[in-house]
Design a protein around this ligand. Structure first.
Ligand code: NDP
Length: 288
């Protein structure tokens, strides 16, 4: 039997509507809307599309969007100056620096200069530390969206065997931390793993964040497993994920499509994080 398709677009639409309602409450209480500043350096066309979409989603949720488009020649010092200004701006609750930055910019220095309480991407080491130690903080958007999608299939994730394929700081590692927080038994595999698929075959939950088109074959999926495909790979035939979708959907119990799965959730989680950051900064409660 073919797997249930986890509809990222519909789940993201629900989340965006919930955030918009939260923004209305925030405005009524605080007399201003939460604000998100997005910084784009250079002309990378994919980044320009992401930034445009983020601005649109922010405004649609009733929040302020501040866009800073800077030339390719912008220096690390100039970016640090801008980040310092945004850190001190009371109208700005969230700061997002679109990656990748040009090679001459010290990306780590820029990301670490962001006030952790405005770090809506959740990439700052302080937020990584908060996540690892169970403190409240801002959680990276893509893994957060994956957890929300998993919960639609498994309202209680405790005790399930989860395998995360990939260990990047922006997806794999925070994903593993979030699954651990949900009391899953978590295995992380990567390019140096001896037999990554042997682990995947045991998993009730597979999260693929590798960046290789169709990397995980249907034969590596345990029958009935839930598969979350984070991969976004541009190929001659269009966008594909890291999982061989056609084969995996015949084995899995539930699976996310690419496109229409994790992608829409990432932006919805970004506006959710902006509302969370604004609420935490203002000391008002927010809907978890
Ligand atoms: P990275 O390139 O930073 O990380 C890829 C990971 O995959 C690494 O940990 C790497 O291992 C591992 N890997 C590579 N080859 C193998 C292999 N043969 N076997 C097992 N593991 C392997 O990628 P990201 O985490 O940034 O992104 C992953 C994918 O997710 C990409 O397709 C990206 O486009 C997509 N993405 C999608 C988002 C969305 O909104 N849907 C957001 C962010 C990313 P090692 O550490 O050993 O090198």
């Amino acid at each position: 039997m073919s797997a249930t398709i986890i509809d990222g677009k519909a789940i993201a639409a629900d989340l965006r509507a919930r955030v918009a309602r939260g923004v209305t409450v925030f405005r009524d209480q605080l007399g201003r809307a939460p604000g998100l500043a997005v910084v784009l350096v250079g002309e990378d066309p994919a980044s320009a599309v992401y930034v445009r979409n983020k601005g649109r989603s922010t405004r649609e949720a009733g929040m302020e969007s501040f866009e800073h488009r800077l030339p390719d020649t912008t220096t690390t010092d100039e970016l640090l100056e801008l980040v310092a200004r945004l850190n001190g701006d009371p109208a700005v609750d969230g700061i997002l620096v679109q990656l990748p930055l040009p090679a001459h910019v010290d990306a780590q220095a820029v990301l670490q200069a962001i006030d952790p309480d405005k770090d809506v991407d959740g990439f700052h080491p302080v937020n990584a530390g908060r996540l690892a130690t169970g403190l409240d903080g801002l959680v990276p958007c893509t893994p957060l969206g994956c957890i929300m999608m998993l919960r639609t299939v498994h309202p209680n994730l405790a005790g399930l065997d989860a395998v995360v394929v990939g260990r990047s700081n922006i997806v794999g590692k925070p994903m593993a931390q979030l699954l651990l927080r949900e009391s899953c038994t978590v295995t992380v595999v990567h390019s140096r793993s001896r037999d990554a698929f042997a682990h995947v075959r045991q998993a009730d939950i597979v999260v693929a964040a590798v960046g290789i088109p169709g990397f995980i074959p249907g034969s590596a999926i345990k029958p009935g497993a839930t598969v979350i495909d984070v991969g976004i790979n541009r190929t001659d035939t269009g966008l594909v994920g890291d999982v061989d979708f056609a084969a995996a959907r015949e084995v899995a119990g539930a699976i996310t499509p690419v496109p229409g799965g994790v992608g829409p959730m990432t932006i919805a989680c970004l506006i959710r994080n902006t509302l969370v950051a604004a609420s935490l900064r203002a000391g008002v409660p927010y809907d978890r």
